[in-house]
Design a protein around this ligand. Structure first.
Ligand code: FDA
Length: 306
């Protein structure tokens, strides 16, 4: 395990600790603010307008995951229906990202399916697109199944996410591409065991590039969601050498990270989409960002003393 992997595991483990959680919730909202566009939909829509003006597209996410009752799932579904309408009414360039567990996937698969379906149907009315974020491995198969089921039921405006750290992903990408599903490719943000996931950074990057190449070779549209210049620069060169047009793929980055570079990509004519979370359930999202990069933790610590 290299130093970065060790750091990631420590943060993901420590963030589950009750005391750390309590301290973070008590003092951390301001610190997390950098990664979150606001508490309300209106605040988020204002922020989308600001980014769109710089040529940056958005995917909007209402924070929330790991819910414990189906009533909560129903509340989140309603928030998402408002979000889809809000995007259309403001006329901003944003699609939608949601976490299946926020819609009840861990509690009742069929109810979660109905909740998600109503959001995807609403999005279809407005010609918009919904991405099912990929959570940890207990939900991988269910998320894939749900995406394919929605496609079969006449809702092709839904896609999902493939994590390069999982051994199974190459096979999943193959079958989802065959079914015409729009995919976002990421490294993977959760703590997964060595029995099912690559543990070395190098292996994850190699697999990531392999998955991107599979998309390009098939002429399939793909979203490459990373802040890693190693991958971004490789994609730019590969696309140019293979005469792949800039509109045939998009880069994605998270809100609050590399914002100047996001604008620069847009200026260079690349499609770049910013994943923008809003809402009050920020703790798990925030700790995953800290785990990804010591520099993110340093940034937060510096802000603490400002
Ligand atoms: P990583 O953190 O591995 O850093 C690699 C290198 O990138 C660094 O060494 C540095 O050179 C450069 N870099 C990184 N951050 C930088 C910064 N702020 N400034 C300058 N350079 C920087 N995961 C998941 O499991 N399910 C999902 O659904 C999603 N969805 C998702 C959407 C979007 C839009 C993004 C960007 C990411 C996700 N992820 C995700 C998270 C993803 O799996 C992964 O954990 C993070 O993107 C971190 O990996 P990176 O490749 O971005 O860089």
């Amino acid at each position: 395990m290299d130093g970065t992997e060790f750091y990631r595991k420590v943060i993901l483990t420590v963030s589950g600790n009750k005391l750390v959680k309590w301290l973070s919730i008590k003092y951390g909202r301001k610190l997390a603010g950098r990664f979150i566009a606001g508490n309300t939909l209106d605040e988020a829509l204002d922020e989308i307008e600001r980014l769109n003006a710089k040529g940056i597209l958005v995917t909007l996410d209402h924070l929330g995951e790991g819910i414990t009752t189906l009533d909560e799932a129903a509340e989140y579904r309603e928030e998402y229906l408002k979000l889809v309408e809000g995007i259309a009414q403001r006329g901003v360039q944003s699609n939608v990202s949601l976490k299946p567990t926020q819609m009840g996937m861990a509690l009742d698969l069929e109810k979660a399916y109905e909740n998600i379906k109503s959001v995807v149907k609403k999005a279809k009315e407005f010609r918009n697109f919904v991405r099912l974020d990929m959570e940890d491995s207990p939900y991988t198969q269910a998320t894939i199944d749900m995406t394919l089921r929605l496609h079969k039921e006449g809702l092709p405006n839904v896609g999902t996410v493939m994590q390069a750290y999982l051994f199974r992903t190459e096979e999943d990408v193959r079958s989802l591409m065959e079914a015409g599903v729009n995919l976002r490719l990421v490294k993977g943000a959760y703590k997964e065991p060595g029995t099912i996931a690559f543990q070395q950074k190098r292996e994850v990057i190699d697999n990531y590039k392999k998955l991107i190449k599979m998309h390009f070779d098939q002429g399939a549209y793909t979203a490459i969601a990373t802040h890693d210049d190693n991958i971004i620069d490789w994609v730019k060169v590969f696309a140019e050498q293979s005469r792949i047009e800039k509109e045939d793929f998009e880069f994605q980055m998270l809100y609050g990270l590399r914002m100047n570079d996001q604008a620069a990509l847009a200026e260079d004519g690349y499609r770049i989409r910013c994943y923008m979370p809003y809402g009050t359930m920020w703790y798990p999202y925030f700790t995953r960002r800290l785990a990804e990069k010591p520099a993110n933790l340093m940034m937060v610590l510096k802000n603490m003393f400002k």
